[in-house]
Write a protein that binds this ligand. Sequence first.
Ligand code: G3H
Ligand code: 13P
Ligand code: ZN
Length: 310
Amino acid sequence: MPLVTTKEMFEKAKKGGYAIGAFNINNMEIIQGITEACKELNAPVILQVSSSAIKYARPAYLMHMVNAAVEETGLPIVLHLDHGADFEICKQAVDLGFTSVMIDASKYDFEENVALTKQVVEYAHSKGVVVEAELGKLAGIEDDVNVDEKDSAYTNPEQALEFVERTGCDSLAVAIGTSHGAYKFKGDAELKFDVLRKIVEKLPENYPLVLHGASSVLPEYVERCNNAGGKIPGAKGVPEEMLREAARNGICKINVDTDLRLAMTTAIREQFNEDPSCIDPRKYLGVARDSIKELVKNKIKVALGCEGQA
Ligand code: G3H
Ligand code: 13P
Ligand code: ZN
């Protein structure tokens, strides 16, 4: 099976009340760890790449490694551009053979976001590629801003339908209280399920929504990492049961990068502590790959609910 788009995946996910994991990839071990986990649990998967990851891995290596995973697993796999900042980056991904792109124009005002998203949709659709867009602002929600400012950063349910209709985007990333990275909440974790429900109400039935900044930053990983010499005190993510709840309430793509970084880094730190004389990259990258695989298997079972859905 060649790379697929998210269209059919999302239709099935919506009906089944589960979500697809969208995992950020940067190198071979990360791709292998993720796709081996999906293969073992027969789960569909989205491999997503930021523009800095495309620069890091380089386009030809990236395409060949992802196609190798497709060939080896036989799973439905989507190759998605994460946070495309402008038309040119999105066009580059479409031309490389990505099957899905995100245009993230959420930092612009509504009209500019509509215009840029529409331009990307027109090009991507002409090549059979689907488009994710974003409405609302993720970053800074947890910073010291007052309640009015906080509310204005969440996705506005009243604008969601107009945005989707005018742009023709295939899925929409929403801001409901998450943020990127390892420090998402100062106090208790809180997702705005009321905002999510209002967005779902306004949009056409079964319209696919996306949750960014969805890593759980599990305390056991943080503790292991810190015990092995890491310094990430106070790191906190979105509890897995909230992700499951989001998946039952309209979210069908859940984005995870920080959890992969943490799992990988923890395993490498532990490996060097255990054997300080280790200079074989296959040892420390091997344990990193295994750690990613274990993390993704757990994510599929506990947070996503997409086991057996490939
Ligand atoms: O949301 C962004 C992802 O975590 C990718 O981050 O640009 O450092 O690859 P990156
Ligand atoms: P995390 O930082 O929570 O893993 O979010 C990743 C993400 O949203 C990638 O687009
Ligand atoms: Zn993101």
